[in-house]
Design a protein around this ligand. Sequence first.
Ligand code: NAP
Length: 246
Amino acid sequence: MRRFGLIGRKLGHSFSAKYFAEKFEREGLSADCSYLLYELPEIERVEEFIASTPSLVGFNVTIPYKQQIIPFLDDLSDEARAIGAVNCVKIAPDGHRVGYNTDVVGIRSSLDKLIGDAKIESALILGTGGASQAVQYALQERAIPFRMVSRDRSKGDVTYEELSHDMIASSRLIVNASPVGMYPMVEQAPDIDYSALTDKHFLFDLVYNPEITRFMALGAERGAQVLSGLDMLYAQAEAAWAIWNE
Ligand SMILES: NC(=O)c1ccc[n+]([C@@H]2O[C@H](COP(=O)([O-])OP(=O)(O)OC[C@H]3O[C@@H](n4cnc5c(N)ncnc54)[C@H](OP(=O)(O)O)[C@@H]3O)[C@@H](O)[C@H]2O)c1
């Protein structure tokens, strides 16, 4: 039996557990593979988890451990090192642990789908946490200049109060990398001036539940192209699966 899993502090409604259970069933892998949830009250407990799980091939990492897992690993992929966050760990048969960031794989494919070949001169990233760091990396790869919007002046380039109508109008790509609008707070949307949006804008919401967030709906009302975080979620899970099976 090859074992996979997810570590995080609270894993109540995990997408990954359901996704991999369905995948194993569909692909006839249920007899050979299992995907388990491990809630860890603190990251140090990851050692117990690894030691007590025979045939552990790899695991995903979620909030709040994507950065904290790094000292427990032997090596990092170049991307995980540059982003400073790991959401996928592979364990070799000799126990060697390597950290990867597959969120960025999902962000790349979502950007391909949303903006295609459009030339973007300026973008905004809302939020400065772990997901934002992966978005920053993906935009740098595409040479798209961006500003980071934060509630806190010391963390981003601009605060929501400072974000002018013109800055929004001239930033054709806006990425919500904050949890604002996520279930159950579905009536909320990032605090930006939506009247500055046009049919030239692209809005990418990393939030995947609900499938159409208020941020997306407000953009679509102004003619913007919009995409939710659902594609990213599937793509990062498949990228992890590919790494574990390499
Ligand atoms: N689709 C996917 O596959 C996928 C993958 C990863 C993450 N996500 C989603 O992406 C979002 C961000 O994830 P994360 O891990 O980066 O989360 P996080 O670290 O908890 O939050 C990201 C940032 O959002 C801002 N923020 C937090 N609460 C806010 C509030 N009430 N109002 C305004 N801004 C707020 C903060 O930036 P400032 O303090 O600078 O304002 C924070 O650093 C989550 O909704 C997560 O579910 C989706």
